[in-house]
Ligand binder design. Structure first.
Ligand code: HEC
Ligand code: HEC
Ligand code: HEC
Ligand code: HEC
Length: 273
């Protein structure tokens, strides 16, 4: 009897440990991953049934595509200098991206005692946008061709050559009405912000809400562009904080920096609202 109870507890633990493995995100190698643009990708977005852009076959000798998956974002050779062996040119709309439209400490809307804005938001030090966000916006600006990579090779794309052609306005990210990105968020910036908004902000401590190598918040702080998570119970797209626990997958990310208990939960104003 005692052994059975122990066995039952052990079995429960095994189920507990195995659950996260059974409900995995869709990896890039799967043709249904929305960031798989290879010739082998599915013809439609499985969730919306909208046409999904992807390359023609490499065997099309007149205007070839590619069966490679990573090549739309990475190259092993002659990569752009930013990081992670990027294979994308700067977005065509570089120089015309707006900053967040509302008032923010990090954009200088308020007087802080130390007049230096340590966040470097839209500054000469870090051209704006920067880091991995620039890579995202080289497609999500709606203008830049999805299939044109760093050396100018333009793969022949089926269904849509850029995101605007997909007729899904949500995919074109308007930075004026999106969460601010490409700003340094370190203890100096926190101290600036806290002068105006005391007790409302803190530095992120969860391992899966990462700042980049220069302590900047980027699109990749919230999103992992490799793992398609939209079919997960929380329903958030390419969501980095993907623990399969269903509850608070969204709030935990916000509350890692926003002290919701002091101010009420932050308004979910994120993109294109
Ligand atoms: C839609 C764009 C996109 C595609 C497609 C893509 N990646 Fe990435 N990858 C990124 C971005 C953006 C980063 C940088 C993340 C950062 O700087 O925080 C990255 C980073 C990486 C890294 C560095 C570690 C990490 O996760 O930060 C590896 C390794 C990697 N990618 C492998 C791959 C492989 C292998 C493929 C093809 C199966 C692939 N990627 C396809 C966008 C992409
Ligand atoms: C090579 C072009 C390209 C790059 C680079 C790229 N994306 Fe995308 N992304 C797309 C396209 C196209 C879709 C829509 C595919 C579809 O609907 O079938 C998409 C879909 C998405 C979605 C899901 C949208 C939804 O409706 O659920 C998110 C989130 C996303 N991308 C975020 C990012 C982030 C963050 C980055 C940078 C780390 C990035 N993307 C880089 C082309 C790109
Ligand atoms: C603070 C976290 C956060 C940051 C930073 C962030 N996103 Fe998102 N993103 C979300 C959430 C949450 C959603 C789900 C839809 C929503 O609530 O707006 C989303 C949805 C999307 C979508 C799907 C379209 C939509 O509106 O539903 C795309 C595409 C996207 N993000 C791209 C990006 C790009 C590109 C960047 C950087 C410029 C970025 N995101 C930065 C949290 C974030
Ligand atoms: C890595 C830290 C970090 C994460 C994660 C984060 N934020 Fe923010 N957020 C900030 C900072 C810093 C500001 C700028 C504050 C300022 O300068 O006034 C900001 C600003 C905002 C603003 C505008 C604030 C205002 O006073 O108008 C909103 C709304 C917001 N965030 C919502 C969210 C939501 C919703 C999430 C989760 C999906 C989230 N944030 C995740 C750090 C973060």
């Amino acid at each position: 009897m005692k052994t059975n109870i122990h066995f039952g507890i052990l079995a429960l633990w095994l189920i507990f440990l195995l659950v996260p493995l059974t409900s995995a995100a869709i990896p890039l190698s799967n043709s249904n991953n929305q960031h798989n643009f290879s010739s082998g990708a599915a013809n439609t977005n499985p969730t919306t049934s909208n046409p999904h852009p992807h390359a023609d076959s490499p065997d099309n000798l007149v205007s070839p595509g590619t069966s490679e998956i990573c090549i739309f974002c990475h190259t092993p050779h002659n990569a752009a200098p930013q990081s992670s062996l990027w294979n994308r040119r700067d977005p065509d709309s570089m120089g015309s991206f707006p900053v967040y439209g509302g008032q923010l400490v990090i954009k200088g809307s308020f007087n802080v005692t130390d007049a230096t804005l340590h966040s470097q938001y839209n500054s000469a030090t870090f051209p704006y946008p920067n880091g991995a966000s620039k890579l995202c916006l080289s497609c999500h600006d709606g203008v830049t061709a999805i299939g044109t990579v760093l050396d100018g090779t333009a793969f022949n794309m089926l269904n849509a050559s850029n995101i605007s052609a997909m007729n899904d306005p949500r995919l074109v990210i308007d930075l004026a009405v999106s969460h601010p990105i490409s700003f340094v968020y370190d203890s100096q910036v926190l101290s600036d912000v806290s002068q105006v908004k005391p007790g409302q902000y803190r530095l992120p401590t969860l391992i899966d809400v990462p700042l980049d190598g220069q302590q900047r918040m980027q699109c990749t702080t919230c999103h992992d562009p490799h793992e398609d998570t939209r079919s997960e119970p929380h329903g958030l797209p390419f969501w980095r904080h993907n623990t399969n626990t269903v509850v608070s997958e969204f709030e935990d990310v916000c509350n890692d920096c926003h002290l919701a208990d002091k101010t009420g939960p932050p308004a979910p104003v994120l993109h294109n609202m």
